[in-house]
Design a protein around this ligand. Sequence first.
Ligand SMILES: C[C@](O)(CO)[C@H](O)COP(=O)(O)OP(=O)(O)OC[C@H]1O[C@@H](n2ccc(N)nc2=O)[C@H](O)[C@@H]1O
Ligand SMILES: Nc1ncnc2c1ncn2[C@@H]1O[C@H](COP(=O)(O)OP(=O)(O)OP(=O)(O)O)[C@@H](O)[C@H]1O
Length: 311
Amino acid sequence: MADLCVRAPAKINLHLEVLGLRPDGFHELAMVMQSIDLADSLRLRPTADGQISLQCDRAELPTDSSNLVVKAGEMLRARSGFTELGAQIVLEKRIPIGAGLAGGSSNGAAALIGLNELWGLGFKSQELHSMAAELGSDMPFCLDGGTQLCFGRGELLEALAFNSTEPPALLLLKHPGVSVSTPWAYGRCKELRGDFYLEAEADFEQRRQALRQAPLLGAIAGNGSWPPLRNDLQAVVEPEVETVRQGLALLRQTEQHLAVAMSGSGPSLFALFSNLDQARTAHADLAERFELYGFESWCCGFSDRGASLLP
Ligand SMILES: C[C@](O)(CO)[C@H](O)COP(=O)(O)OP(=O)(O)OC[C@H]1O[C@@H](n2ccc(N)nc2=O)[C@H](O)[C@@H]1O
Ligand SMILES: Nc1ncnc2c1ncn2[C@@H]1O[C@H](COP(=O)(O)OP(=O)(O)OP(=O)(O)O)[C@@H](O)[C@H]1O
């Protein structure tokens, strides 16, 4: 069988609200996530030796079973019962690591979709979703991608559609020397805000309903202007990480931005624009300063899909 290629796009958080703590120790969230046109790729080749081997162009990433690609492959194979299934996988990274862009989760989602096809297993979308939810909170979103409300730990999804006549675009910044640990960010959030967490399911549901009706959803659909974006982890990370404060200040200087925020647990930052031309102009205007402060930067569009097989 021929090699199979899968695209694994990054996400940003257009909204991240920490509602409270769950009995499983995770946080109850109300989020809007958005796939973007910055993507890794996986090339898969089948073998029949029971080995799942991974090669990656980034030396700092482990390629053993701690990598979400291998974890996803091992889970899929275990659920299939066919122990002889194997694959050689080549991962090309473009999404920065530990950036709040769900690069690892998207790679894992791409492995689930790609190996399900490569090995002819025929697992249905719902079965892939439940495996993804076991592997990580962001991974179910990364399977479908696009624009989605994400509740629970992040795994309960409600699809939205963005304004497709003029899809927004973004200017993305990440300092290569800095990454933020997701468990640390949630732990710090609990220390700082735990006393104010909601506890009752009725209160969680009231916040979910408020988000479903929020002006943000109107802006995403192309009806109405963009409100300021909310990310509760930004309030936790910003005071602690100097490059996050610097990056936000730089992005706020861009002309014509619709909103500026941190993605996920950071430290990636983004400014939204009405279209790709405006994002590129803002990028060109500030390119020297991004370089001076040592930031990597990208301009990209919104994407309407998550991990997907390439023709
Ligand atoms: C920050 C976000 O990227 C926003 O989309 C996600 O919430 C993080 O999702 P993720 O990286 O897939 O997270 P997981 O691998 O499931 O969990 C990593 C750690 O983050 C914390 N965590 C994660 C998700 C959640 N709803 N509550 C949490 O408290 C827990 O300490 C957990 O041990
Ligand atoms: N395929 C992978 N790509 C990137 N990181 C991976 C992968 N597999 C496992 N990891 C581990 O996951 C950790 C977080 O990486 P990732 O790039 O997904 O962070 P993130 O973008 O902050 O994730 P999220 O937004 O989901 O919290 C890293 O420490 C890395 O070692």
